[in-house]
Design a protein around this ligand. Sequence first.
Ligand code: MN
Length: 440
Amino acid sequence: MSYATTLNETHDPSLTSWVESANEENCDFPIQNLPFAVFRRAGTSEDYRAGVAIGEMVLDLAAAKGCGAFEGIAQAAVSACDNPELNGFMGMGKEAWGALRLALSRALRSGSDTEDKLKPCLICMDDVEYKLPCRIGDYTDFYTSIYHATAVGKLFRPDNPLLPNYKWVPIGYHGRSSSIDVSGQTFKRPKGQIKAPDATEPSFAPCKRLDYEMEVGIYIGPGNDLGDSISIEEAEDHVFGICLFNDWSARDIQGWEYQPLGPFLAKNFASTVSPWIVTTEALAPFRSSWTRDSNEPQPLDYLESEQNRASGGFDIELEVQLETPKMKEANEPASHLSLSNFKHSYWTVAQMVAHHSVNGCNLQPGDMLGSGTQSGPEHEEAGSLLELTRGGKEEIKLDNDETRKFLEDGDTVIMRGWCAKDGAKRIGFGEVASTVIAAD
Ligand code: MN
């Protein structure tokens, strides 16, 4: 058993916190979660620093580090969190992450003797603003949902939807990190070269087929030196945690530019992460087995392990909602678009990490891997509009009777994630929400 799948006292579903809001049913941030973000009080020029979510509050780790609740490696870890970038803490590895999690769990528990000291370090979540939790040096986007790959492949290549390498190689491409921002972001509709299939030449125009992609983002911990590689057995020791990730996509730009080298300007105008990173350790109760049917290609040795078969998957529910300008005006709730689950992924996180580094490519603390759009086996579980509208051929109807094929200016896409199962305390990821505005 690796640390990433081992249950310990911090996962005990009976634990409660002296922060009352953390004990409410269906709270995303009970004491069993303890995710990390980088924040400050909204509208101030305070330094950004790390916080941990507990109920409706943020525990300010810069303020808490001197409270006496931490010692040894946990004290070193909490001190590393007094920083506007979590790369240092991420690079410290599982002993430091685990020690800080245990110390935080004990300090925030009902009956803890540090309650009086920590109370002044709590800030209401409604009163904070976030930034990216770390410097994302490099970002790679994978393509791990075979349902997404097949559905999209059918639209682009009806006779040949799934290319022959798909079942052997965890497919990915190097994305751009400079345009990744945190939830709350607005971005301009991208412009670019667009060519309709029946047109003889492309034109230059604002994208008309703007889409989202429901993904999870995977933050790398210590990583490997250039020339070394990370084995699949060690892979999860290098995974700090998981966030929600919206990989905005301009489908009409993509269709024209993507061959032969893959996505470029269709993807790099904006991508949005949730502020909160749920640690791999917090996700331990929600691991799922991973299988490959015996009539399918079996993974090559470097992508194969017993541990990966037993518990390589993550059972994370992923929901997408759309809030249109009309809904905002009428104060109506956002409309549900889809619900899927990361456990359907064709490749696991450990396989992504092992594959990415097998050639000696160095992964570094704070690097991010996108999972690729997480579509489930059913049509209504699709993680993009491209799939839900069958390539823009079918309108989808929203709760207020508006319709959409692709996103319109002023639309806000909201993604939520959570883990729930019998015998474990439900934990959530919060949300990632961002809005497209008109092109110049
Ligand atoms: Mn993507």
